[in-house]
Design a protein around this ligand. Structure first.
Ligand code: ADE
Length: 365
């Protein structure tokens, strides 16, 4: 009997490559390109098989573990995620433990990864899966908290064996170089077009193809500087490479400038305890911080009662905002009741302080 079960990360057989029902708008003009890309697919799969990095989320994969990895990897480098991912899964091995955990515990386990909304979304998504089961379609995956088009594609391809491309800046860089395509990649229509194009050549090995593209973008067709074309399985097909113009692509729209905010940060110490407070609004809401005040320009710290032990400055860059901080380490005689006072050990164990304050946390822990 022929089994209808499909291993994780594999699509069921589909007949013909141009019958996916997609409406790639340049389908006639692009016929050559589709065929070229079709030839490139097995080359990438073979290359990925030989060269893939040994990453923890590539072992014993379930939908839940893939979800944890993909949400952690949104806006965070692979190296930073590796250790956090393992520790997080030790604490919350399945969606059940994560769904039932207090939010503060989840935020603590997320500490250091930044962009804490992702941690809250991950918990919400785990609650949904725990309640309703694992989704089976791209639409079902996309409806989970924190999952956009890219992550829905990644999870569908990697954990469900669906032919659903995941197109992010890395994949756009690879494809615009491959086709020497000068489209402005920030335009959502360009992303949509490349998604349709990829869909038409998607192989049965959906997980390996999806991760193969990610891997190529991470270790060969790299951003910022010359790509390592001599190591690329596509160097005989890539138009930008054949023309010696790799670094002309991708073409990007001009970036908006980040808003600069100035903060005075106070690390207040009293009898072996430190003052912290919970942020109640805006950026980093719900996380813990050292008392601070925002100023409209760089100024010296306002006088706080106590003995000044040290001072330093630090900069933290968020997506749209840059914090320029001036920190003062101060020993006080009295504990201001406006704050929660905790020992270094308690802060380390129970209170998530975002990495924006890392330079000042070093005075404490
Ligand atoms: N970036 C996003 N998802 C990834 C994955 N599954 N492997 C490596 N890098 C990634």
């Amino acid at each position: 009997m022929v089994s209808t079960r499909v291993p994780i990360g594999h699509a069921p057989p589909q007949f013909g490559i141009f019958n996916s029902g997609s409406s790639f708008p340049y389908s006639i003009v692009m016929q050559y390109d589709i065929q070229t890309l079709q030839r490139a697919v097995p080359m990438l799969l073979a290359w990925f098989c030989e060269n893939k990095r040994d990453l923890p989320w590539r072992k014993n994969r379930t939908f839940y573990t893939a979800l944890v990895a993909e949400l952690m990897l949104q806006q965070t480098r692979v190296d930073a995620v590796k250790e956090k991912y393992v520790a997080f899964l030790e604490k919350f091995p399945t969606e059940r433990e994560l769904a039932l955990a207090p939010e503060d515990e989840v935020l603590k386990a997320w500490e250091g990864l930044g962009y804490y909304t992702r941690a809250r979304n991950l918990k919400k998504a785990a609650e949904t899966i725990f309640r309703e089961g694992t989704p089976r379609t791209w639409v079902g995956v996309k409806s989970l908290a924190g999952v956009g088009d890219y992550t829905a594609g990644a999870l569908s391809s990697i954990a469900l064996g669906l032919r659903e491309p995941a197109v992010d800046g890395n994949v756009l860089r690879i494809l615009t170089r491959f086709f020497a395509d000068a489209s402005v990649v920030d335009d959502p229509a360009v992303r949509k077009n490349f998604t349709c194009l990829l869909k038409q050549v998607y192989p049965d090995e959906t997980a390996d193809f999806c991760e193969g593209l990610m891997e190529l973008g991470a270790i060969v067709c790299i951003p910022n500087g010359a790509p390592l074309c001599e190591k690329c399985p596509w160097n005989g097909l890539c138009l930008a490479h054949l023309r010696g113009e790799e670094e002309r692509y991708p073409v990007r729209a001009e970036k908006k400038k980040r808003r600069v905010e100035y903060l005075n940060v106070y690390v207040l110490k009293c009898g072996g305890e430190y003052a912290i407070r919970k942020r109640t609004e805006g950026l980093l809401k719900g996380l813990w911080e050292f008392p601070n005040e925002q100023t409209s320009a760089p100024v010296a710290p306002s006088a706080k009662v106590g003995k000044l032990l040290a001072e330093k400055t630090a900069v933290h860059i968020f997506t749209h905002v840059e914090w320029r901080m001036r920190g003062s380490y101060i020993e006080t005689e009295e504990k201001d009741p406006a704050y929660l006072w905790a020992t270094a050990e308690e802060i380390g164990r129970s209170y998530a302080i975002p990495s924006a304050f890392k330079a000042f946390k070093a005075w404490v822990i």
